[in-house]
Design a protein around this ligand. Structure first.
Ligand code: HEC
Length: 188
């Protein structure tokens, strides 16, 4: 069989490129030069540490962020109940944002046995499944689909409470809106 010339040329070029890259790579210095050290005095370091501690004290607690999650997710229920879909969408987005915020505040917790519980690794798949399905139901403006998805999300929320060693933080469909000052009726 006659070898295919263009193919052979291409193969030759690919090998040449590979050899050139490997050769070049080997020529690179293994260690990059360290950047000039930043001079920080011991006093400045102590002051910085104190400032970080002060800011830590000001940061909201994880339970504060979670209470916001509860607030927005409860409002989401009543908005969808009144078929006020833009308000439901707003509360869904706030729920997602506050969940992310909560796991940023304490990314790793300990369960009662002392094992590390990585909250981000629990939240990430929930966002892509249960939470996404609530969002999809809102987009579809489908109340039946919303009820199913909402209940499933409550199970997912609770799964994380369980994993975090907080089995007493049980959830239910809210009976009263968390924001009495918000008008849940859809815009006329
Ligand atoms: C990734 C894990 C995780 C997910 C998901 C999660 N939670 Fe939480 N939640 C926690 C942890 C941890 C606490 C306890 C925080 C603390 O004690 O500082 C908590 C606490 C709470 C609290 C109690 C706050 C307080 O101070 O009274 C409420 C309410 C709450 N969550 C609601 C929800 C709702 C509603 C969802 C779902 C929409 C949800 N959580 C999803 C981890 C999670």
């Amino acid at each position: 069989m006659k070898p295919n010339r263009p193919y052979l040329i291409l193969l030759g070029l690919a090998i040449a490129a590979f050899v050139w890259r490997v050769g070049n790579h080997a020529a690179e210095p293994a260690i990059t030069k360290p950047s000039p050290a930043v001079q920080v005095s011991a006093d400045e370091l102590t002051a910085l540490r104190a400032e970080i501690e002060r800011l830590k004290g000001l940061a909201p607690s994880q339970s504060h962020a979670m209470a916001d999650v509860g607030y927005h997710f409860a409002n989401c229920w009543f908005a969808a109940d009144k078929k006020n879909w833009p308000l439901a969408q707003f509360n869904w987005e706030e729920t997602r944002a506050h969940l992310r915020w909560a796991v940023r505040i304490i990314p790793v917790r300990k369960d009662p046995q002392g094992n590390a519980v990585r909250l981000e690794e629990i939240l990430s798949p929930i966002e892509k499944t249960s939470l996404q399905q609530v969002g999809d139901a809102i987009k579809a403006q489908d109340r039946t689909q919303f009820i199913e998805a909402y209940k499933q999300m409550l199970d997912s929320c609770y799964a994380c409470h369980l994993a975090s060693g907080k089995p007493y933080l049980r959830l239910r469909i809210p009976e009263h809106p968390a924001a009495p000052i918000i008008n849940y009726d859809p815009a006329p």
